[in-house]
Ligand binder design. Structure first.
Ligand SMILES: [Zn+2]
Length: 409
């Protein structure tokens, strides 16, 4: 069995599910089990400074082979798996030389990965496809990325003739619960640029994401005994209700938007007659557009409030994350070297803006510009998750090219 596949099968069998309810860091101690194994494997390869820190991050350095002054590149993947689906006792199955059939998962025959739902499979005929067994997710998100980076590390350590600058490895916990970069020590890491390996389809390269704000609207009504409330009571719940009913329905909502369209999305309401509130998330690829959405929400509220002069409202905005495109536009080489590396391997680059954030979006704003490269991981966070071994192998080759492109600049 090839070493990349071997690594991948080992990693997915270690349960690293993160927990959104936990207040500790990492959110689950078991994530460190994978971290410890990765550190040991890196040390065995000769990567002398590999270590796991108290937060559960793995840091390691592969020294430069180039004598020139080459930017230091970080390769980053996350070790945890999504809380949406069990990651306990994962039994990976390799479907060698896949022939385009629907894949019935052996431990629960109702779990079928169909080519109708996953047409990408039809592009993978002849590949070796890895799936879970029907009871759990696979964890290719993001253990495919981990296996790819570990394989790159092994090849770089074995073959000193590959010319590259310093390479930093960073494996993070808790990405799936949105806290993956919370305790990254960017200074200690000491990289100039980074790439996360957490993308899907062969050739995909993501360097733009949503920009995101959170909005909270708090309505203060007027309370009175309902038996004698005539002319006095103003019910905050009813004002919030009107607001939600007035939100755009045929545009600007996640259920009717796709591609490059942004949205406004109520996620949570709470309260009583005296005080009620609604939380919304707002998203767009163009950060300036967020202000326009916020004004629109305020206009809706102002109009409603004309009918309730005794009530008042607060409008709170929190910045959540920004498109990494805002940072990356200043570093065109980060994008150029990746696109070139993909093309050099005979693969068509696919750059689709991500309708969400990535660890890389936050890292980009922490001083480490960091787009996202493909790994082949598909149907994430579900029992139908799968990955092509050949896609992972191509990702290894692209990363090796990428590092050499930086050295040859
Ligand atoms: Zn992921």
């Amino acid at each position: 069995m090839n070493s990349l596949l071997h690594r991948f099968l080992d990693y997915v069998q270690i349960d690293t599910q993160s927990d959104p309810e936990s207040n500790s860091f990492p959110s689950t101690e078991k994530q460190k089990n994978l971290g410890k194994l990765l550190v040991q494997q890196l040390l065995d390869m000769g990567v002398a400074d590999a270590h796991l820190d108290g937060y559960g991050y793995v840091y390691a350095t592969i020294p430069a082979t180039s004598s020139r002054n080459v930017p230091v590149i970080c390769l980053c993947s996350h070790m945890d798996t999504a809380p949406d689906c069990s990651g306990e006792n994962v039994k990976p199955i390799v479907h060698y030389n896949y022939q385009g059939q629907d894949l019935i998962l052996p431990n629960d025959h109702s779990q079928v990965i169909t080519t109708e739902e996953h047409p990408y499979l039809l592009e993978k005929i002849g590949d070796d496809i890895v799936t879970a067994s029907g009871l759990t997710l696979l964890g290719a998100d993001d253990k495919a990325g981990i296996a790819i980076i570990m394989e790159v590390a092994a090849q770089l350590m074995q073959d000193q003739t590959i010319e590259h600058g310093g390479v930093k490895i960073l494996f993070t916990p808790d990405e799936e619960v949105g806290r993956g970069v919370e305790h990254v020590d960017v200074e200690k890491l000491g990289a100039d640029f980074g790439y996360t390996l957490d993308g899907g389809e062969l050739g995909s390269f993501e360097h733009e994401t949503f920009s995101a704000n959170g909005v909270e609207i708090i309505v203060h009504g007027v309370i009175a005994h309902p038996g004698s409330a005539k002319g006095k009571m103003v019910n905050a719940i009813k004002i919030i209700g009107e607001f939600i009913a007035t939100l755009p329905k045929h545009e600007l909502a996640p259920e009717v938007t796709e591609g490059l369209e942004g949205f406004v999305h109520p996620t949570d309401i709470k309260g009583g007659a005296e005080k009620a509130s609604v939380k919304l998330i707002i998203r767009d690829f163009n950060t300036a557009q967020l202000d326009i959405y916020q004004s629109r929400l305020k206009d809706i509220m102002d109009k409603i409030m004309l009918n309730y002069p005794k009530a008042r409202y607060e409008f709170k905005v929190t910045e959540q994350y920004r498109s990494m495109g805002e940072v990356l536009q200043h570093y065109p080489a980060v994008i150029k070297h990746a696109i070139t590396a993909i093309e050099q391997e005979g693969i068509k680059p696919i750059s689709i803006p991500v309708r969400g954030g990535t660890d890389g979006s936050r890292l980009s704003f922490m001083g480490l510009p960091c787009p996202n490269l493909f790994t082949g991981e598909m149907a994430l966070h579900s029992k139908h998750e799968y990955v092509s071994v050949q896609d992972m192998e191509k990702s290894v080759r692209v990363v090796l090219r990428l590092l050499q492109n930086w050295a040859g600049e």
